[in-house]
Design a protein around this ligand. Sequence first.
Ligand SMILES: C[S@@+](CC[C@H](N)C(=O)[O-])C[C@H]1O[C@@H](n2cnc3c(N)ncnc32)[C@H](O)[C@@H]1O
Length: 444
Amino acid sequence: MKRHPRNVPEHKPHLRADVAWALHQILDVGKSTNEILPIGIARYQKAEDKAWFQECLYGCLRDVPLFQHWTNLLLTKSLDNKGKIAEKLIMVGLFQLHAMRTPDHAAISETVNAVKIAGYPRYSGVINAVLRRFLRDKIAQIPIDVPHIRYGMPKWLLKQIRIDYPDTWEPVVKKSNEKPPIFLRINRLAVEPEGYIETLKSNGISFEKLSEFSIKLKQNINVTELPGYADGAFSVQDYAAQHSARLLDPKENESILDCCAAPGGKASGIYEYCPNISNLLAIDSDQLRVNRMIDNFKRLTHTADKLQVRLDDASTFSTLDDQQKFDRILLDAPCSATGIIRRHPDIKWLRKRADIDALVAIQKKILEQAWQRLKEGGTLLYATCSILKAENVEQICWFLSTHSDAEWIKIHPDESVNQPGWQILPGEKEMDGFYYAKLRKRQT
Ligand SMILES: C[S@@+](CC[C@H](N)C(=O)[O-])C[C@H]1O[C@@H](n2cnc3c(N)ncnc32)[C@H](O)[C@@H]1O
């Protein structure tokens, strides 16, 4: 089970210095934006500073190879091994000059100032020179023909996406680098959906209604400022993930297991879809994420006893009674998260090729264990936010070929016996990349 030590910048709050710190934490130390972003934005009061921090951090993360390529072109000699923060500040400076509306002189002088605040004043000259040379030599206009730099991807991942999607890899990669929209799932147990939609309209919020309970925001907004947030009127959930409850299709009096459940987006959706279930057990192996799930359920007012949250490892289920079985199981497996790179660009740099084999192995283990916990005649919905075939269609083909009591249930017209499961690609109907496969356990 995971522990999470505390980690904050040592210098006083300064946007550019803080983004460089965050980039260092992610790219050199290996932390995720999920951990680092909240620490960074908590250092600012104003909404525009929080937004600037996020835009700059995510913008740098989307195009790391490009900024590294430019840095290599511009530096006359490489930085020494104390220059990690300076290197990240060059990235921050280049991103501002290339993609942000900051005036050039302010971008350069504030970035030079940041390196002093971050405690590395001896790099101020080199940062100043590199950023000025970037503008003077019109470096951004030099064509780039190296694929992984052009597409802002690690080499191994670009190669794998090209293997998995020989015809459509280019839009898949491009969409993965675009900013995604925000989708909301209205909590029908807390508010009356039509009434809530009217509230959004009367507050001047621009949105598109996708279904009775689903909307896509058409403006960039801090969701905590939307009406009803604190009262649990909605969850923020990508539209691809919102399909999970309908596909699992829980029924009255059934027992449900969500075995990799935190922070509870899909579990709460399942409960809202069918509150008359007998019980829903939401398990996760990460204590911090379990805590977040508890908080989320409270905000959504999902406090019924039938909704239970538990810390456990789904590859062993050590807290379950030997005989405890469920009518329906959602297995939203730990995965490469390659379908949600547009929301979490750090994934591109944190994931390594070797992680995929390890993830496939743990998915197999959890699938095996979850299957043991499914009643005969019960259904299991396997889901990932991955686009890699090894974690999706190949995983399900393996499972079907090794479990004679497993029967594939078609949920989407594109599925076939050789290609079971519904693969949503990033950007398809504006959704995240996602995979669903539904299996039934035969009665013996
Ligand atoms: C894709 S996320 C789940 C997202 C969640 N279903 C939702 O919709 O909010 C995968 C989760 O699996 C959890 N996990 C990883 N390995 C696990 C294991 N062996 N047992 C239980 N949970 C695990 C992770 O902590 C993570 O929260």
